[in-house]
Each structure stands twice: as C-alpha cells, then as structure tokens.
Write a protein that binds this ligand. Structure first.
Ligand SMILES: Cc1cc2nc3c(=O)[nH]c(=O)nc-3n(C[C@H](O)[C@H](O)[C@H](O)COP(=O)(O)OP(=O)(O)OC[C@H]3O[C@@H](n4cnc5c(N)ncnc54)[C@H](O)[C@@H]3O)c2cc1C
Length: 503
C-alpha cells in the first residue's frame, strides 16, 4: 500500500449523496482542497439520494417563504400551503419518534432547515412545489393542498437533485473518485482522523487529509448487518434504493472509538409493489412505493386486515407501515380499492399491474391465481371486505383532512377515510416491504463532529446523513432525511474546511 498522495487533499468526503455533496460544497467554500470518494461506478453514482422523491421537510410561515426556494422553476397559482412552524416540526418529530429523537440534534435540524434549503437553492439546486407526494386535490379541481412541511421537492426529484449536485461539484472542480470504497479510517498520533484507506480501480491505497467527512449512508443494503441488527426477518427484504450502503464506514468509525447511537434495530421501510426488484432500479427510483392504502383496506394472505390504514396522513405512517407488512406471512399483502377511491391513488401506482374485477368473488379468484401458491384464504378475504363495509360509519369522506370517518367494531379499526368497497370494478395491488434506510448509526454533536463514548469529538472526523444515529426512532416524518443530511452536511463541510485551514 503506497502513501503516494500524501496531503493532496485537505478534506476527504466519503460518499456522493446529498449529505456528502453538500458537505463537499461547504468545505470548498471554506477554501479547502476537497475530494469525494464514491464506492459506486459513475453510472450508478449518487446513493439513495438519486432514488428519492426529492422532498425536503422544512419550516415556513407562508407560501411567500417558499418563493425564494422554487425561484422561477414554478409558480404558486394552484397551491394551498398552511404554515409549518418550528413548533409543528418539533411536534411531528416527537409524535412519530415517541419523543426519543435527540433534542439537540433535532433542534439544529429544525431551526436550520429553511436556511439550508435556501442555501441549496442559491447554490443552484432547482426546486418545485411537491404536488404529487402528499399533496391532495381539494374539492376545487384547480387547487392542490400541499402536505404540511413537505411543500417542496427538488426539480426532477432525486434524479434531478443528484445530477445538479454533481454538476455543482464539477463547477467547483471538486474531483470525484469513482469505484473507490473507503474501508478504514487512518488515525494520527493524537487519535485524530488523518485519512482513509480505500480499495479503488488501482488497488488499495491510503488517502491522507486533514479532515474526513463521512456521508456514506446507512447499512440497509448489507444482508449481514440487517440480520445482525434489525433481526433475522430482515435478511431477505427488498432494498428500495442503492445497493452500495453497506455500513462500511459505520463499522470503520466504531473501530476507532466512535459511539454507536440511535435505534440500531430500527429502520424506515415502506409498502412497495410485490413485483419490485431486489434492489432499487434507477429507472423506477421511488415509483414502486404503494402509499395510498389510506383510502382502501390492506389484507394479508390469511385474508385479514392487520393495521389501521387510516391512522394518519401518509407521510406520518408510510415509513413504519413496511414493518407491519413484514410481520405478515411471506411479507405479502393486498391493497384493495373501489372506484370511489381509485381517483385518489398516487400516480406512482401506474408503474404496477393491478388485478381488477367486477365482483369481490372474481377479484379474489384473480388474487388466488397469482398468489395462491403461497396459500391464500379466499373465504376470509371476502368476509373481511363484507365486514369492513358493514362497519364503515357515517360522515363525509374528505381526503384533504383526517376526516374521522371511522369503522365501528373492527380489530383493528380504520380511524379515518373508511369508505365501503362497493363501487366496481374493484382493484387489488400486491404489496411487500422495501427497506429505505437504517435509523441507528454513529453519534455526532451539533457541530457534526463524530464523538466518542465520553462525547468528546474525534478530531478531524465529521459525519452527516443516514450514517448518523439519534434522529429517527420507530418512524419518521417524510422529507426529514434529505434535510437532516443537508443541514449537517453544510455544518460538517464548513467545520471540516475551517479545521483544514487551521481554524
Ligand atoms: C426510494 C427512496 C425515496 C426516498 N425519498 C426521500 C424523499 O423524498 N425525501 C427525503 O428526505 N428522504 C428520502 N429518502 C431517504 C433518503 O435515503 C435520504 O434522505 C438521503 O437521500 C440520504 O442521503 P445520504 O447522503 O445520507 O445517503 P446516500 O444518498 O445513500 O449516499 C451515500 C453515498 O455513500 C456511498 N458509499 C457507501 N459506502 C461507501 C464506501 N465504503 N466508500 C465510498 N462511498 C461509499 C454511496 O455509494 C453513496 O454515494 C428516500 C430513500 C429512498 C431509497
């Protein structure tokens, strides 16, 4: 192993997703010589970021606050957006994580969310209003009500976000070393991070630097780590995004004394098409998601409902619904809709092939033909639809709010949007679980410095994005992942750049 490029770079950033690239750009702005290491080939670059819907959850007081972000890329003519204050963001984090989210890290994420997204927009990342995911048509056909907090997304979603971030790296002359897997953090005499060992196209070597920023994602793509930390049931699940996030630097950081933090047995996992590929497909990106279960019912192979499909609006339940599906036999479930609710299905359903029939009995026959080899209870399926229909209470169905239109007498109840399935043709989508990212990771402080077990910063070592634990537990509010990565990416890059400059 040679040390040929001693001190070629001030800051080495590991990873090439949203978290890493925002860090690289911030370190460059400090005048540091920066390099980005990407384990993937150029074709497959960009991590989970490239697969995302591009939604950023941040605070705002009015539609006017969103204009400096969307700039000339969009116009608010058809938009309704209620304010989303810091208190709303804190309340959402507390509610979905059971109050476990690290208060100091959450404070930084929330308080700097708006300014960080504005910073990205000013750097040249284009954004638009997020009409499709979470946005709901109001009775007035002209208007779209945006999901609280998730009002904007990057133009052309994750594919556009990734392309624009790489363009900004190019414009800043920041080199990206592809097919270069970092696997060990080199330390200096004081225990400080002083470089990384990599396996690249030219073989193994050490890249020395003054500061290292880890933005290499979670460990969801490692069957080994999934099984060890999430549990044996997670060994075979499909991965929604990149295949390259296998926890290499999580392990490397722990090896040099970083503290493990957060919910190591927890992850973000969502309902996806049962025919989705084993790893994310860059042509489909996030389009295999099946998140309109709010408006129908979900049944398992036993023909039984197993969750409250209407517990909350989609961006507050989708990340934990995957775990409920994994508990069902073969991790296979069925989303059932009728013509009253089909118009409310997300456009992403168009990438799937539904089973359709004019009677519930014919529908069950179609399900049996495709999934019967797994053992499927047709009679229980029919009975569940009938008892669900009979249990739907009075009240007006309103998809723009939690309408309180609930079932009475079922276990579990459906607590909102409970409308009988009685308008043929009926539709079924076969759905399984897809893991998105893991919640556990290494500990960082509010300066994005990686800390040891005494909460002392490991000098020269910073981290951001999915690799950092302590933010999300059990569940997650949609759009907080990209914002968490960008807020701490900017902080990590700025501090790493300043440190490399001797500050
Ligand atoms: C389908 C899908 C949709 C999503 N939609 C959204 C959304 O709309 N909004 C939202 O907030 N979040 C979304 N997420 C969550 C999303 O994963 C995160 O918010 C965010 O993209 C994570 O960014 P990151 O930079 O931490 O990780 P990534 O973008 O995954 O980047 C990790 C990088 O590290 C590289 N890497 C890994 N190991 C090594 C190594 N050993 N050496 C060198 N490089 C390495 C990878 O190749 C990759 O480039 C979605 C995720 C998926 C899969």
């Amino acid at each position: 192993m040679s040390d040929s490029n001693q001190d070629l770079f001030d800051v080495v950033v590991v990873g090439a997703g949203n978290a890493a690239i925002t860090a690289a750009l911030a370190a460059h702005a400090e005048g540091a010589r920066v390099a980005v290491l990407e384990k993937a080939s150029k074709d497959l670059r960009g991590g989970n970021t490239r697969f995302t819907g591009g939604i950023f959850r941040h605070t705002y007081n009015s539609v006017e606050d969103l204009l400096p972000i969307v700039k000339d890329n969009d116009a608010p003519r058809d938009i309704i957006a209620d304010p989303y204050t810091a208190d709303d963001y804190y309340a959402d984090m507390a509610r979905v994580t059971g109050g476990r989210s690290d208060p100091e890290l959450t404070k930084v994420m929330v308080e700097r969310s708006y300014e960080t997204v504005c910073w990205m927009a000013d750097l040249g990342v284009p954004f638009e209003f997020s009409r499709v995911v979470g946005g709901v048509s109001t009775g007035d056909q002209e208007k779209i009500k945006l999901a609280p907090g998730s009002a904007i997304r990057s133009l052309h979603e994750g594919v556009g976000l990734s392309a624009n971030l790489f363009r900004l790296l190019d414009e800043a002359d920041i080199p990206v070393l592809y097919e270069t897997q970092a696997h060990r953090i080199v330390t200096g005499p004081a225990g400080e991070a002083a470089g990384v060992e990599v396996r690249g196209p030219e073989g193994g070597r050490t890249i020395r630097c003054r500061a290292v920023v880890l933005g290499s994602g979670g460990f969801q793509s490692s069957p080994n780590m999934r099984t060890s930390y999430l549990g044996p049931d997670w060994s075979l699940v499909k991965v929604r995004g990149t295949r390259f996030n296998t926890g290499d630097l999580t392990r490397a950081a722990l090896d040099i004394g970083a503290q493990s933090y957060g919910e190591w047995s927890g992850c973000h996992a969502t309902p996806i098409d049962s025919d989705a590929p084993v790893y994310g497909d860059l042509k489909l990106t996030d389009k295999t998601n099946r998140l309109s279960y709010l408006y129908g019912v979900m049944l398992n192979l036993e023909g039984k409902r197993f969750a409250d499909e209407g517990e909350d609006t989609v961006l507050y339940t989708y990340a934990k619904m995957g775990k409920e599906i994994l508990k069902q036999r073969n991790a296979i479930t069925f989303q059932v809709f009728d013509q009253k609710t089909v118009p409310y299905l997300e456009p992403r359903y168009s990438t799937g092939v539904p089973l359709e029939a004019d009677t519930v009995e014919e529908l069950v026959g179609a399900v049996d033909r495709k999934y019967g080899h797994m053992g499927f209870d047709k009679d229980a399926f029919i009975e569940s639809i009938h008892s669900f229909n009979a249990a739907c209470g009075e009240g007006r169905f309103d998809p723009t709010i939690k309408d309180g239109k609930a079932t009475r007498g079922l276990d579990p109840e459906k607590t909102n949007w409970a409308v009988p399935i009685d308008s043929p043709p009926y539709r079924v989508y076969g759905v399984t679980v897809g893991i998105t990212f893991t919640f556990g990771g290494i500990r960082i402080n509010t300066d994005a410095a990686v800390t040891d077990h005494l909460e002392r910063p490991i000098p020269g070592l910073f981290a951001t994005g999915e690799i950092a634990g302590g933010f999300f537990y059990q569940n997650y509010p949609g759009g907080a992942g990209l914002v968490r990565g960008a807020v701490f990416g900017k902080i990590a890059g700025t501090n790493a750049g300043a440190m490399a400059n001797g500050a």
